[in-house]
Design a protein around this ligand. Structure first.
Ligand SMILES: *[C@@H]1O[C@H](CO)[C@@H](O)[C@H](O)[C@H]1NC(C)=O
Ligand SMILES: *[C@@H]1O[C@H](CO)[C@@H](O)[C@H](O)[C@H]1NC(C)=O
Ligand SMILES: *[C@@H]1O[C@H](CO)[C@@H](O)[C@H](O)[C@H]1NC(C)=O
Ligand SMILES: *[C@@H]1O[C@H](CO)[C@@H](O)[C@H](O)[C@H]1NC(C)=O
Ligand SMILES: *[C@@H]1O[C@H](CO)[C@@H](O)[C@H](O)[C@H]1NC(C)=O
Length: 465
């Protein structure tokens, strides 16, 4: 550990065509390993999708900038927040939801590797808008009336504590905490700690009633206070998220869960709001989709508990599935610093959010170039533009992102014309503490397998589909 050396070099290349070539050398991934041999999964559950619900261009674009991806308590929110929000007019509008039962009651929940709490709205919840004003319950647009804790035979309250979470886009929830049996794809975890919020500021989709967070205990949001407004780092009561409970209850042989997110098709959206074939969430091994030989296992990057910056020093803590991106490679990428060791793998975010300079350099390579829309802070691109190649180098291996993931119909303007945005957007300047995101745009191209016990992630390039 602690061996990553970063050397910055500025060199002039060629006398005739003198140009600056900025390189950030990251020592060749001393911590990367041969890809772990991953067994087939013991349990798999398919993802389901839904049609978009947002009609205004503004709403659609704003939605792309925000959803799960929790803030580290007391630290800055990840650059752009995450998003699972469906986008009107998009043919890539997946929400990665799975069927789950809690206390024997059926729900569809969002799967999020960018946060750690499992929660389901509690029956009788009070809905609020994002400014905190009370609104009618149907405004929260949950898919069910919520968990009825009274009729669950397995629900047990956790007295005198509270759940309080705010996501990157400003959605927030608070309320009681309890324990219940959570079953998903043949995996059944008993006595799982869950939030059962009664105060919900949520921009739902009419399908989901909550979310399953699969990141680390340090990101959980239960506090030792009956008053959720008194939640703080000092009274946080970290607990095992769902998958770590499954491991400790020996419900899986191997401590892996694995995600294959299929890109959706236009056809599916037009003809059928539900598509059972949007990939898999799998437990105990690798998700069951065809893959190539390109694979690597890398350690999860930890954070210093004091500075909140990436650190490998003793006492550093895991929050997100953060990886060291050694480089993004695309035409012209050697002119910018592309290495970044504070980038998370987040199923709860639709787009990639990369450092400003990387996004600018990549956007310029579309033909015609993508341009930054000042209203939305997003790169807009001609829907028929030629897409430059884009690869992500992690652990010495190069993972290719399909061109189809880099142009996303994001809504229609007032005249009914389709507006497209790029899949790889500006996540803010590359300064200390800013967290960047490899979202579904990247994750459509790999199987990502997470081992929260060893603190490792295995990425495997998928066969083209
Ligand atoms: C998920 O649940 C819904 C509603 O209970 C059901 O109609 C659907 O078939 C389920 N999907 C899968 C893939 O099990
Ligand atoms: C919860 O708080 C109440 C009031 O402070 C107290 O009487 C009770 O013993 C507490 N319960 C638990 C389980 O700590
Ligand atoms: C909550 O804090 C009280 C002291 O204020 C302590 O007695 C209790 O054990 C704590 N509860 C938990 C679950 O840690
Ligand atoms: C959550 O806790 C914060 C303090 O950490 C507080 O400002 C906020 O009001 C709480 N949210 C809810 C919904 O209680
Ligand atoms: C992460 O990258 C920054 C910026 O290059 C560097 O200063 C820092 O030492 C790196 N941290 C780790 C743990 O690699």
């Amino acid at each position: 550990m602690g061996l990553l050396t970063v050397v910055s070099a500025l060199s002039l290349l060629g006398a005739a065509h003198a140009e600056f070539n900025i390189v950030r050398h990251v020592a060749p991934a001393p911590r990367a390993k041969e890809a772990a041999a991953l067994p087939p999964a013991e349990f798999s559950v398919p993802f389901t999708a839904k049609t978009p619900r947002r009609s205004s261009k503004k709403g659609a674009l704003a939605a792309l900038r925000g959803k799960p991806t929790k803030k580290i308590p007391g630290k800055k929110a990840p650059g752009a927040g995450g998003s699972t929000v469906a986008v009107d007019g998009s043919d890539f509008d997946e929400e990665y939801l799975t069927n789950v039962t809690i206390g024997g009651q059926h729900f569809s929940l969002i799967i999020d590797t960018g946060s750690s709490d499992t929660w389901v709205a509690q029956k009788g919840f009070n809905c609020f808008d994002l400014d905190g004003n009370p609104v009618s319950a149907d405004t929260c647009a949950f898919g069910t009336p919520g968990l009825d804790t009274a009729t669950s035979k397995t629900f047990q309250p956790f007295p005198n504590v509270s759940f309080n979470i705010t996501y990157g886009d400003g959605e927030f929830l608070s309320g009681p905490v309890g324990f219940d049996t959570v079953s998903i794809g043949g995996l059944s975890v008993s006595h799982q700690e869950i939030g059962v919020p009664t105060l919900t500021a949520w921009e739902g989709d009419g399908i989901n009633t909550g979310l399953i967070g699969l990141a680390f205990p340090g990101l959980t949001s239960v506090y030792n206070t009956t008053d959720p407004t008194k939640a703080s780092g000092a009274n946080q009561l970290p607990y095992n998220p769902l998958f770590l409970s499954a491991v400790s209850q020996k419900k899986v042989k191997n401590p892996f869960f694995s995600v294959a997110l299929d890109r959706g098709t236009f056809d599916q959206q037009e003809n059928d709001p539900f598509d059972p074939n949007l990939g898999f969430l799998s437990f105990g091994g690798i998700a069951p989709v065809p893959v190539t030989n390109t694979a690597v296992t890398v350690p999860v990057q930890g954070y210093s508990a004091t500075t909140g910056l990436p650190s490998n020093a003793p006492g550093s803590e895991f929050f997100f599935y953060t990886v060291d991106v050694e480089a993004y490679t695309f035409p012209g990428s050697n002119h910018v610093i592309t290495a970044n060791n504070n980038t998370i793998l987040d199923t709860g975010t639709t787009l990639n959010f990369v450092p400003t300079e990387v996004a600018a350099a990549y956007s310029a390579q579309f033909k015609p170039p993508a341009t930054l829309d000042p209203d939305f802070g997003l790169y807009i691109v001609d829907c028929d533009a030629k897409v430059p190649a884009f690869n992500v180098v992690i652990g010495g291996k190069t993972f290719t992102v399909d061109a189809r993931d880099q142009i996303i119909p994001a809504g229609t303007d007032d005249n009914g014309n389709i507006i497209c945005i790029t899949g790889t957007q500006d996540g803010g300047p590359d300064v200390d503490g800013d967290i960047f995101i490899l979202g579904d745009v990247f994750l459509h191209n790999v199987v990502s397998t997470y081992n929260p016990v060893a603190g490792e992630v295995t990425l495997t390039q998928r066969a083209k589909y």
